[in-house]
Design a protein around this ligand. Structure first.
Ligand code: PLP
Length: 718
C-alpha cells in the first residue's frame, strides 16, 4: 500500500486494494493470455498454463497435496459448495441406514456465510438437522468442552481459522484433537488466515477449507476451495465441465493469475512483512489510538489475535461517531458493527463473546494487510492523533485544547429520545432540557470541557424518572451547576421578569442577550413548556421573542409517560392554541422524541416533501451551482468532522458549518432572515443521510429553495 493516495485504508479484513504485481498479472491475462483455458488452440493452452501455474503455487503454499484445490468465485461459494456436499453425503448415508451425526455445529462468531449456508441447504434439502452454535468465551475462543459434549451427534463442524472482526485465532489444534477419531466432517474457513498464519492443510484432518482472493491483494471474484481427497464432494455448478467437472463455468483466468502472483509473492521473503514486524505495527497503532481516545478498551486480547487486527471501543462514543470521525480524516476503518441511522446494531461477534452491550455497540475495527509499510503505519498514527485532537477541540472528549465555544440550541439523541442543550457563548451559560440517562456522561463531559455554568436542568415530563436523572446530572456537575434541581425557573436566583405577551408576564433566566423561561399552561398541568429566545427592548406588547419552544411530547401521542394519561386530539388543539397565544406561531418546536427525524417542527407550515426532487447528484453539482447563483453550501456533519476534513469547494460558493445536531439554529435563521426564502441552500454530509434529514426539515417548514447532495462528500469528492 502506498501513502501517495489521500486515503489511509485500515479495513483490510473487509477487502484490500489489488497489489501492483497482481494487477500486472491480471492485465497480462486480459491483454495477452486471454484465451479460454478449455480451448485446444495455442491461446487456450497458454491460458490454461497460467491457471495451472497459479494452482501449483497455491497447492505448495497451502500444502494441499492430499486433496483437490478448486478455483471458485470467493469464500462464500466455497462455503456453499462444502456445506452442500457434506449435507448431501449425510443425507445419503442416512438413507442407506448408516449411523451418522446430524447436528451441524458452527462457531458462534463465524462469518454469516457459514450459519446462513447451513440454514439454507438444510432447508433446501429438507433435512431438518439441528443447527447449533458453539459458544465462545470472553476472548472469542471456542468452548471446547461444549464441542466435546456435542460431538457424538455431530455431522459437520464449521470453525474459522481467524475471526474477521476481532482477529481472534482459533485453537485449530485443540479442535483437531477432539475431532481426531470422529467421523464428523470439518470445515475450516481460512479467509482471514491466508497470508497471516501458516496453514498446511494436508497436515490436518480438515475436510474443507476456503479462501478469498480479495482479502489478500487479489481482485474480487476469485477464491479457493480445498476438499480433502476422502471428503464427499458434489459440484454446485454443472455445465461445461471445467475444473475437472467439479466446478463448471469458464474460469476467471485474470483473477486466478492475480491470486497466483500474490501467493508467489508470499514466498519471496520481501513483499510481505514478518509476524514480529506486523505485531510492532499494531502496537504503534494501539499507542496512537490510546493517546487519541483515553479510556479505550480492547475487545480482543492482542496475544490471541492476528497481528493485523485491532478491535476496540471508546466509552461514550458510538461506532458511527468514530467512523464518521475517521472518515473525515480519510482513515477508513470498520464500525465492527452494522449501524443504522437510528441506533447502532451491536456486533453479534462481540455479543457472542458476552462483552457489555455498550462495547458491542461502540466497536471499531482497524485492520491492515500483511504487505503494509512502516511509512504507512506512521501516517496512520499521525492521522489518528489528529482525530483525537478534533474530538478534544469539540468537547467530545475532555482534554487540554481550547474548545470551540458552544452556542445556541443543541440536540442530542439516543434512539428517538432527545435531550436539548441551550448554550450562550457570551455569558458562558447553558441549560439542559430532558437529560437522558444514556447521555448524562456525555453532557457532563461537554459542559465541563466548555467551562460553562449550568443555569438550570429542567424536564418537560416526557421521560420516565426525569427527576432522578436531573438529580444525577446536577450531582455530576455540582461545581458547574448554580440552579436548584426541580426549582421552577421562575424561582431561580436572579430571575428576570419577561413580558411574554400583553396577557402574560413571567419570571425567566437571562442568558446574555437571550432568555430562557418556563411556561406552565393551564391546559397542560405537569407538563411545562420551556421557551428560549431573544430579549427585545423596543417591543410594545412583549419584551421577548420566543425562537424555540421545548414542548416535550405535547404534540406527539406516540410517547406518553406512564404517569400521565395520553392527550386527546381536542386537548392537543387547546394546548396548541394557548401556547400560540403567548409565543406566536413562528417559534420552532423542539420535541422530547423525534420518531420521524423531523429535527424541529412548527405549529403550521408542515408540508411533506418528496426526496427525489430535493436530491442533487454529485455529478451535476457544478451545473446546479451555475443554475442557482448565490447557493450556500451547508455542511451538516458534526464539528469534529468539520475540523478534520479538507475538500474542494466549488468556485464562488460559500460553505456554512451547521451540524445536524445544531440545525435548529440554522433553520431559525434561514426562515427569519430570508422571508422570501430565495437563497438556494444545498446541504451535504459524509454520505447523504444527514443532509437528507436537513433538507426535508427545511422543506417541510416551507423553505422550497433547499436541496442536498446525494451520496455526500463520499461521491462528490471522489
Ligand atoms: N469468511 C470470512 C472469515 C470473511 O471474513 C469473509 C468476508 O468478509 C467471508 C467468509 C466471505 O468472503 P466473500 O465475501 O469474499 O465470499
Amino acid at each position: 500500500m502506498s501513502i501517495s493516495s489521500r486515503v489511509i485504508y485500515l479495513d483490510s479484513n473487509a477487502t484490500t486494494p489489488v497489489m501492483p504485481l497482481a494487477l500486472e498479472a491480471a492485465r497480462a491475462v486480459m491483454e495477452d493470455d486471454y484465451g479460454n483455458p478449455s480451448s485446444v488452440h495455442s491461446s487456450g493452452i497458454q491460458a490454461k498454463a497460467v491457471m495451472e501455474h497459479a494452482r501449483k503455487t497455491a497447492c505448495e503454499l497451502l500444502g494441499s497435496e492430499n486433496g483437490k484445490l478448486l478455483f471458485v468465485s470467493g469464500a462464500t461459494e466455497g462455503i456453499q459448495t462444502a456445506v452442500f456436499s457434506a449435507l448431501l453425503a449425510l443425507r445419503d448415508k442416512l438413507a442407506k441406514g448408516e449411523k451418522v451425526g446430524t447436528d451441524l455445529l458452527y462457531g458462534a462468531t463465524e462469518h454469516k456465510a457459514v450459519p446462513e449456508s447451513l440454514q439454507h441447504w438444510n432447508q433446501v434439502l429438507g433435512l431438518n438437522f439441528n443447527i447449533i452454535a458453539i459458544p465462545v468465551d470472553h476472548a472469542g475462543r471456542h468452548d471446547l468442552a461444549f464441542l466435546k459434549a456435542h460431538l457424538a451427534s455431530a455431522g459437520l463442524v464449521c470453525t474459522m481459522a481467524a475471526n474477521n472482526e476481532t482477529g481472534i485465532v482459533t485453537d485449530l489444534a485443540g479442535i483437531e484433537a477432539l475431532l481426531k477419531d470422529h467421523p464428523t466432517y470439518w470445515l475450516v474457513d481460512g479467509v482471514q488466515a491466508l497470508g497471516k498464519l501458516p496453514l498446511k492443510l494436508s497436515q490436518h484432518r480438515i475436510d474443507y477449507s476456503l479462501f478469498s482472493g480479495h482479502k489478500l491483494y487479489a481482485p474480487k471474484g476469485i477464491g479457493l476451495l480445498y476438499v480433502h481427497k476422502d471428503a464427499p464432494f458434489t459440484p454446485l455448478l454443472a455445465g461445461g465441465g471445467q475444473e475437472g467437472s467439479l466446478r463448471s463455468g469458464t474460469e476467471n483466468v485474470s483473477g486466478i493469475a492475480a491470486l497466483g502472483a500474490v501467493l508467489e509473492a508470499l514466498c519471496d521473503g520481501h513483499t510481505f512483512r514478518e509476524h514480529a514486524t506486523l505485531e510492532k505495527f499494531r502496537l504503534q497503532l494501539l499507542d496512537a489510538v490510546k493517546e487519541a481516545f483515553p479510556g479505550l478498551i480492547l475487545n480482543a486480547p492482542l496475544e490471541q489475535s492476528l497481528p493485523t487486527t485491532l478491535n476496540f471501543s471508546v466509552p461514550g462514543l458510538t461506532s458511527k461517531e468514530l467512523l464518521d470521525l475517521f472518515d473525515a480524516a480519510d482513515v477508513r476503518v470498520s464500525a465492527g458493527s452494522a449501524c443504522s441511522a437510528a441506533k447502532a446494531q451491536p456486533s453479534f461477534v462481540l455479543q457472542a463473546m458476552a462483552l457489555p452491550e455498550w462495547q458491542a455497540a461502540s466497536a471499531v475495527r482497524m485492520s491492515f494487510g500483511p504487505a503494509v509499510t512502516a511509512d504507512y503505519i506512521e501516517e496512520a498514527c499521525r492521522r489518528i492523533r489528529v482525530c483525537g485532537e478534533a474530538l478534544r477541540k469539540t468537547c467530545m472528549v475532555t482534554g487540554d485544547i481550547e474548545p470551540l465555544p458552544a452556542e445556541g440550541v443543541i440536540q442530542l439523541s439516543f434512539g428517538a429520545a432527545c435531550t436539548w442543550i441551550v448554550a450562550d457563548a457570551a455569558s458562558k451559560q447553558c441549560i439542559v432540557i430532558d437529560a437522558l440517562p444514556e447521555l448524562i456522561e456525555r453532557i457532563t463531559k461537554y459542559v465541563r470541557c466548555q467551562t460553562y455554568t449550568v443555569a438550570a436542568i429542567v424536564g418537560t415530563g416526557s421521560h420516565p424518572q426525569q427527576n432522578q436523572h436531573n438529580q444525577a446530572l446536577a450531582g455530576l456537575l455540582a461545581d458547574a451547576y448554580k440552579g436548584k434541581v426541580l426549582t421552577p425557573i421562575a424561582d431561580h436566583a436572579g430571575a428576570v421578569n419577561l413580558l411574554l405577551s400583553p396577557k402574560l408576564s413571567i419570571n425567566g433566566i437571562a442568558l446574555g442577550e437571550k432568555f430562557f423561561a418556563q411556561l406552565d399552561l393551564s391546559q397542560s398541568p405537569n407538563r411545562p413548556v420551556f421557551l428560549f429566545g431573544e430579549r427585545v427592548n423596543d417591543a410594545k406588547d412583549a419584551n421577548v421573542k420566543t425562537n424555540f419552544a421545548f414542548c416535550g411530547d405535547l404534540f406527539d401521542t406516540r410517547n406518553q409517560t406512564e404517569n400521565i394519561a395520553p392527550l386527546s386530539e381536542q386537548e392537543i388543539a387547546a394546548i396548541k392554541s394557548e401556547l400560540k397565544s403567548f409565543i406566536g406561531q413562528n417559534a420552532l418546536l423542539c420535541a422530547a422524541h423525534d420518531f420521524d427525524k423531523r429535527l424541529v417542527t412548527m405549529f403550521d407550515h408542515e408540508t411533506e416533501c418528496c426526496l427525489e426532487s430535493v436530491t442533487v447528484p454529485s455529478a451535476n453539482l457544478r451545473e446546479f451551482i451555475s443554475e442557482h447563483p448565490g447557493t450556500i453550501l451547508v455542511d451538516v456533519r458534526e464539528p469534529y468532522e468539520q475540523q478534520l476534513s479538507h475538500f474542494d469547494v466549488p468556485e464562488g460558493s460559500e460553505v456554512l458549518h451547521v451540524p445536524l445536531t445544531r440545525l435548529a439554529n440554522g433553520v431559525e435563521r434561514w426562515l427569519k432572515q430570508n422571508e422570501a426564502k430565495t437563497t438556494p441552500i444545498l446541504f451535504f454530509c459524509r454520505t447523504g443521510g444527514r443532509s437528507s434529514q436537513a433538507v426535508q426539515c427545511l422543506r417541510r417548514l416551507g423553505y422550497e429553495n433547499a436541496w442536498h447532495i446525494a451520496g455526500g462528500l463520499a461521491l462528490w469528492q471522489h
